[in-house]
Design a protein around this ligand. Structure first.
Ligand code: AMP
Ligand code: ZN
Length: 135
């Protein structure tokens, strides 16, 4: 896709700090990281959200995420990780090319990756469960 920054990175038109590359996948350091070692795993093909990713490709991506997490763990010794994927703008997806964030976390790193908890009553929870199950 012409205007997509991650397509440009995938085709080498703009540079990145590459960590891993295969025929279908690329991983590189995030340019505005939450912490040291924050990186992104992307498909080279322009696909936007998780439901568009073929299962075989998604499987390879999650394996790459796991391997990168293990490497960063050995290299930088963080205290934890967030593995995050935002789908669509209201969910925080700024770049509309599918990507999985690998974010090393450190005690007292000042980052907050959270949400406000709702309290739904049992009847509403059951209604939502049924709606999901019948679709
Ligand atoms: P999201 O909000 O989930 O779409 O995250 C997009 C991420 O892409 C952000 O964390 C940005 O810092 C990162 N990003 C944007 N442009 C670049 C780039 N040229 N190289 C590396 N990371 C980038
Ligand atoms: Zn793209």
């Amino acid at each position: 896709m012409e205007d997509c920054i991650f397509c440009k990175i995938a085709t080498g038109k703009i540079p990145c700090a590459k960590l891993h590359e295969s025929k279908e996948i690329l991983a590189f350091l995030d340019i505005a990281p939450a912490n040291k070692g924050h990186c992104l795993v992307i498909p080279k093909k322009h696909l936007e959200t998780i439901t568009e990713i073929p299962d075989a490709l998604l499987s390879k991506m999650i394996t790459a995420v796991k391997e990168l997490t293990a490497r960063i763990d050995r290299a930088l010794k963080p205290d934890g990780f967030n593995i995050i994927n935002n789908n669509k703008k209201p969910a925080g997806q700024l770049v509309p090319h599918f990507h999985i964030h690998v974010i090393p976390r450190f005690i007292n790193d000042g980052q907050e990756i959270t949400w406000k908890a709702n309290t739904f009553d049992g009847e509403y929870m059951e209604k939502i469960r049924q709606i999901i199950l019948t679709n």
